[in-house]
Design a binder for this molecule. Sequence first.
Ligand SMILES: NC(=O)c1ccc[n+]([C@@H]2O[C@H](COP(=O)([O-])OP(=O)(O)OC[C@H]3O[C@@H](n4cnc5c(N)ncnc54)[C@H](OP(=O)(O)O)[C@@H]3O)[C@@H](O)[C@H]2O)c1
Length: 317
Amino acid sequence: MALKHPRVLLLGGSGFVGRHLAAELANRGHRVTLPCRHPDRIKALSVLPGLNIIAETDITQPQALDRLTRDQDAVINLVGILNERRKGDFRRLHVDFPQAVVEACQKNGVPRLLHMSALGADQASGSSLYLRSKGEGENRVHTFGQKKLGVTSFRPSVIFGADDSFINRFAALLRLCPWPMPYLPLSCPQARFAPVYIGDVVRAMADSLEDPASIGQRIELCGPETWTLQQIVESIRDALGKRCLILPLPDGVSRVMASLLQHAPGKPFTPDNYLSLQTPSVCATVCPQCRHRLSHFLKGLSGGHNRRPRLDDYRRH
Ligand SMILES: NC(=O)c1ccc[n+]([C@@H]2O[C@H](COP(=O)([O-])OP(=O)(O)OC[C@H]3O[C@@H](n4cnc5c(N)ncnc54)[C@H](OP(=O)(O)O)[C@@H]3O)[C@@H](O)[C@H]2O)c1
């Protein structure tokens, strides 16, 4: 975008990626509107220059989307879920909502849309409902966005950072070691990832806003290292200085764990998550701008990990 201070609407901006992207865009002088359901939870972001956080009870309502997309130079859609609360949520949020975003952009003359998909997303042959719905949403924005709208989509592997939910979840479990938990049973230990650093992800997205050559592209984002889940969890354990046996569960037991844990509060692991992990989350092509290594990041892990994002993080960013 050639504009000096472009107006950007950030949908799904209250989540992990959104908070970092809001900071990146604000630091580049963009004027960012961030509608969200719980503005109190991201109060710390209000220190960012040019960021306007607004309370919006339901951005999926067509009237809200219509109002929000007026007078914007670009829209970024990060809305996504890992598990359905109600049957049909994947379709509603990953397929219908992105299409509604495209239509609202076209109606209101927004010229640019960035859409967040996921590595392995595939409408026809994704291994899980999550991956199929993400794939269908990605196809919709590219197909329906062809007219008058410059669309770029992003397909990251798992994303890590100080306030992520991936590394933090295992770090929190491992902190219970060795007592009361002398060992950690691990489902799908051979699942493969190329974890990508949050700073690299948001830089790639913000760069693409300014790069017309990225229009029409589906950009894969992977870090420089490939890991199995077992290796990642062992490295977190070592970084935390914990003595704990990581117990790899065989495939059948992993499936049983998924069907049990889907009923636990917060659904920590579901059959659909199990199916997603059957697809290696690694890139076919090298991502030149994704240079930060998970191994370096984990060396900096201490007992103090799992902190909430602090004001200083955003200032430094
Ligand atoms: N993190 C990763 O490792 C990773 C990897 C690959 C792809 N992705 C994709 O990247 C995107 C962002 O991920 P993230 O890690 O930032 O996720 P996140 O922290 O869970 O944030 C998700 C965002 O979506 C919003 N959202 C969810 N359900 C909604 C609903 N019914 N109505 C309105 N807003 C809703 C959330 O709003 P509330 O705060 O109000 O709930 C939040 O702003 C997602 O599309 C995800 O699929 C993430």
